[in-house]
Design a protein around this ligand. Structure first.
Ligand code: SAH
Length: 397
């Protein structure tokens, strides 16, 4: 039996069922667990706290599978979690064929991510524990979905922190086509699962894409959109398909915007309505301000500015700056959707940063809605770190 014995007092977070054991909390390791082996986490008196996966290279030394001593952690247990996770998303099937089927801790499988794009599955094993169970996890996923094609994109930074080398390639079935086509809320998108960001698409913005479509419809056929950090054009396409007149998509990646333009064609949108600018957002914002342009809807969806808590101050300044410049580009009565996907920036802090930008902008904005990832990104109530994406819908008054 491999036991991880915690220092006195360090059992508190596990008793609250937080699923991570930090290296600094460990007093002693009994046995010789290998990376990914199942260990019993016990308090200083030897009382059971959790079953977890041992990760000797990571600061998160154990990621917990279960807090129930009677549960056996085996291939059947893994398969049951996958089946549950897939079933949890069933209600999305009517809206989209692109869904995050498994979301790590939120689905009790720390470090495992599985996305479905039409008949293509894409998986990420981002921790030693799920790496150990990769075959049963993939088998269960194939069984639960009937999808025969599985591509691995275990190339995220998190994997390195667990001492695992990056790994990508076909796990089951065929090599994915250059573009897998998905349909979400009636809009078609091409997804490059081999080279795209994350596993190819920002599934986490589905609800906000729908909101942008609603706002565009509310504004009417003259609606104009500025989509900053557009990637493959998601928000622009949603707005244009809902009847907006014109959208500018700004991204520093020419590849992302090339896909965005193909997506516009895929949806039969007139070329004149779909403008792309390969540019840093700060430069584009400056140029648009100089041209005296303003938009009915401005979207700000930057990359993660704060990779960890150590970067929060610097990130706060960057968020404030991009928001301040973005606010100047919103027409009176227009909408601003602003996001942060930095786990280290809390919902409260993000709202404070944006409020600071409002003050400096000397314009007035009201908060209409708080935005977050959809229901295929569940967050365990005992693991608030799972809530990384937060956003605000503001209206300029
Ligand atoms: N809104 C997108 C996802 C945005 S991800 C969607 O819903 O699909 C962040 C994007 O910002 C990436 O596409 C990246 O290429 C781009 N990016 C990062 N830094 C940038 C910068 N300084 N200026 C412009 N684009 C940037």
């Amino acid at each position: 039996m491999n036991d991880v014995v915690l220092k006195p007092g360090k059992e508190k977070s596990l008793l609250r069922r937080h699923p991570w054991v930090y290296a600094t909390a460990v007093a002693q390791v009994v046995g010789r667990p290998q990376p990914g082996d199942t260990v019993r986490v016990v308090d200083c008196r030897g009382d059971f706290l959790a079953w977890g996966a041992y990760s000797p290279e990571s600061q998160i030394r154990v990621r917990c599978w279960s807090f129930r001593e009677e549960e056996g952690i085996d291939a059947a247990w893994m398969a049951a979690r996958v089946t549950e996770a897939v079933a949890r998303r069933a209600s999305l099937a009517g809206r989209t064929d692109a869904v995050r089927l498994v979301f790590g801790e939120g689905d009790s499988l720390p470090g495992f991510v599985a996305d479905r794009y039409a008949d293509q599955l894409v998986v990420q094993f981002l921790a030693a524990g799920v790496e150990r169970w990769r075959e049963p996890l993939v088998d269960a996923l194939v069984a639960a979905t009937g999808c025969l094609n599985v591509y691995e994109r275990s190339d995220a930074a998190a994997r390195e922190r667990d001492g695992l080398a990056a790994r990508t390639g076909v796990l089951r079935g065929r090599q994915p086509p250059a573009e897998v086509e998905i349909v979400e809320d009636g809009v078609r998108y091409g997804v490059d699962v081999v080279n795209g960001h994350k596993t190819g698409f920002y599934l986490d913005q589905r609800e906000s894409r729908r909101l942008v479509a609603e706002l565009a419809a509310r504004v009417g056929p003259s609606a104009t959109v500025l989509n900053c950090f557009s990637y493959t054009g998601g928000f622009s396409l949603a707005a244009l398909r809902a009847g907006a007149a014109h959208a500018i998509s700004v991204d520093s990646s020419a590849d992302a915007l090339a896909m965005a333009a193909r997506n516009a064609a895929r949806n039969g949108l007139p070329e004149a309505a779909f403008e792309c600018r390969v540019s840093k957002v700060a430069d584009a914002q400056k140029a648009l301000a100089a041209e005296g342009r303003q938009f009915d809807i401005v979207v700000l969806d930057p990359p993660k500015f704060a990779p960890s808590v150590h970067h929060v101050d610097k990130a706060a300044r960057a968020y404030k700056d991009v928001n301040l410049k973005g606010m100047k580009l919103v027409k009176p009565g227009g909408y601003l959707l602003t996001f942060s996907c930095s786990g280290a920036v809390s919902v409260d802090l993000f709202q404070k940063i944006v409020a600071g930008a409002v003050i400096d902008s000397r314009e007035d904005f009201v908060l209409l809605e708080r935005l977050a990832a959809g229901m295929d990104h569940p967050m365990r109530m005992t693991h608030p770190e799972g809530e990384y994406l937060k956003g605000l819908l503001l209206q300029r008054v």
